[in-house]
Unconditional design. Structure first.
Lengths: 73, 357
């Protein structure tokens, strides 16, 4: 139940943002992270961003997923 | 480091340590990831992964479920819950059977959806079931604070939130399970920070590694734990660096502190553990379903006979030790909570265990 998925902030509207999750868009609440900006990657859990990812974090995640063959490029 | 190099190192370290080791993965998502990836089959015979009490649905005790079902029977009430909770058997039926009987019970993806539902129909008392660890508790705290701020009087939370570090301590104090190291939960630790486990390493001498959820993450974490055991060390290390820092998410901690007090909590199987749960602070009493519905009658709770979920949650027994496993208790007809949730140890064993140890 503690699953969290990476998502990219597309648009911010107050405490809510439109997020892109590998092509799927949904709303999420971004008030639990510091200084969210459009273009940032976040980890989304139960509709709330709980952590901002750096470029390096995104790269590492992609490498792992590619190794696991789970992410189609 | 490649997967093959990790595996080779793990085998070398295990040979050098020369005794059996039990590593507990505390989080249910780790349990599922280990099974799905076949990780256990890559480990040396002497190194076992044992599943801990990290499935929130599984550790939610019957009195909580029974209360939730009783609340759902109140007229003008809608209960909103994470979908995983729907099929968990309480003392008399589940939320799903209550819904079939006419109660308004809704599965939601986010607690914010429950708050939205309350805003959309002010005449309905919407009660969200607050189940989950520190990963989830800040989100639920946010909805309570928001309801108070915006005056959404018909929104409340039945709070069953639990917290991890003192539950891990309780397992170590019980001493009937040998634990040589903890794979600490990745997403709980995003919120609380790795420092929260320092006392486990220093006071109990147990190595801790905060691990990510991919098989490659978990293999690295196992290697790191074995390196600590081999070197006679007991510290807290972070393998999941793309998620976790020493201090955690301070904004999330703040909203939790604002809305919740630390409290003792009742865990299925583990009993009452001091300081291992959260309760809603007096200031937000209007949004605390326990207080709002304090007058309702809740039936005397009872556990299903023959079910050994309790010992499984402690890592003391395995699902295959249970006489009900695969016979009377299956995912389509679960007797105990650990067979219901996708992250439950019994459900994971049922789906993936094919001679994996």
């Amino acid at each position: 139940m503690c699953l969290a998925v990476p998502a990219k902030i597309v648009e911010i509207n107050g405490e809510t943002a439109i997020l892109d999750m590998e092509g799927v868009r949904r709303e999420g609440i971004i008030s639990l992270i510091n200084d969210p900006r459009p273009g940032d990657y976040v980890l989304l859990h139960a509709g709330f961003a709980i952590r901002k990812w750096s470029e390096a974090d995104v790269r590492e995640w992609r490498e792992i997923m590619e190794e696991a063959g789970a992410l189609e490029q | 480091m490649t997967t093959q190099e990790q595996v080779r190192l793990i085998h070398q370290l295990a040979d050098r340590i020369g005794r059996p080791l039990q590593l507990m993965e505390v989080c249910g998502t780790h349990t599922v990831s280990a099974f799905r990836s076949g990780l256990r089959s890559l480990l040396p015979a002497g190194v076992s992964l044992i599943a801990g009490p990290g499935c929130p649905v599984c550790v939610t005790p019957n009195p909580f479920l029974d209360r939730a079902i009783a609340v759902a029977h109140e007229s003008g009430t809608a209960v909103a819950t994470f979908g995983d909770m729907m099929r968990v058997p309480g003392t008399h039926g589940s939320l799903e059977t209550a819904r079939a009987g006419g109660c308004d019970i809704r599965a939601v993806y986010s607690p914010s959806d429950a708050l939205k539902a309350a805003r959309a129909s002010p005449e309905t008392r919407v009660v969200f079931l607050g189940v989950g660890f520190e990963t989830t508790a800040p989100a639920v705290a946010w909805t309570i604070r928001e309801a108070a701020r915006a005056g959404v009087r018909n929104y409340s939370v039945l709070c069953g939130h639990k917290t991890m570090p003192f539950a891990m301590e309780a397992l170590l104090r019980e001493r009937d399970v040998e634990i040589d190291g903890f794979l600490c939960p990745g997403h709980v630790s995003i919120v609380i920070g790795a420092r929260a486990y320092t006392f486990i390493a220093t006071d109990f001498g147990i190595p801790c590694v905060v691990a990510g959820f991919e098989a490659a993450d978990m293999l690295s974490a196992v290697r790191m734990l074995l390196e600590q055991v081999d070197g006679g060390a007991a510290t807290v290390q972070i393998q999941y660096t793309r998620g976790v820092t020493e201090d955690g998410n301070l904004d999330a901690q703040n909203v939790m502190r604002e809305v919740f007090d630390e409290d003792d909590a009742e865990w299925r199987g583990l009993g009452n553990i001091p300081r291992s749960g959260l309760s809603i602070r007096e200031e937000f009493a209007q949004h605390d379903a326990e207080r709002v519905f304090s007058a309702i009658q809740v039936p005397e709770p009872a556990e299903p006979s023959g079910c050994i979920c309790g010992d499984i949650l402690k890592g003391k027994k395995r699902p295959t030790d249970c006489p009900l496993f695969r016979t009377r208790c299956t995912p389509s007809s679960p007797v105990g909570a650990c067979m219901v949730s996708g992250e439950g140890t019994c459900a994971a064993f049922f789906k993936y265990h094919k001679g994996q140890d």
